[in-house]
Write a protein that binds this ligand. Structure first.
Ligand SMILES: [Zn+2]
Length: 62
């Protein structure tokens, strides 16, 4: 079997340690704890730098 590659990161919101399959820059994932959407800002030595994505939920006219 080939080496299983996973990446680790920390949720910037709830500081949960995350282990995720390989992702690329700009991809988004969801924190399982706080359900925030996080975007991959950097990958360095298997460590992810994650940035909270402000999901703009606009009012769709009331
Ligand atoms: Zn979180």
């Amino acid at each position: 079997m080939s080496t299983a590659t996973t990446l680790t990161g920390v949720c910037p919101e709830c500081e949960t340690d995350l282990t995720v399959p390989p992702v690329t820059l700009g991809e988004t994932l969801s924190c399982p704890e706080c359900i925030l959407t996080l975007r991959v800002e950097a990958v360095e030595n298997g460590r992810l730098t994650l940035e909270m994505v402000e999901v703009q939920l606009r009012d769709w006219g009331q």
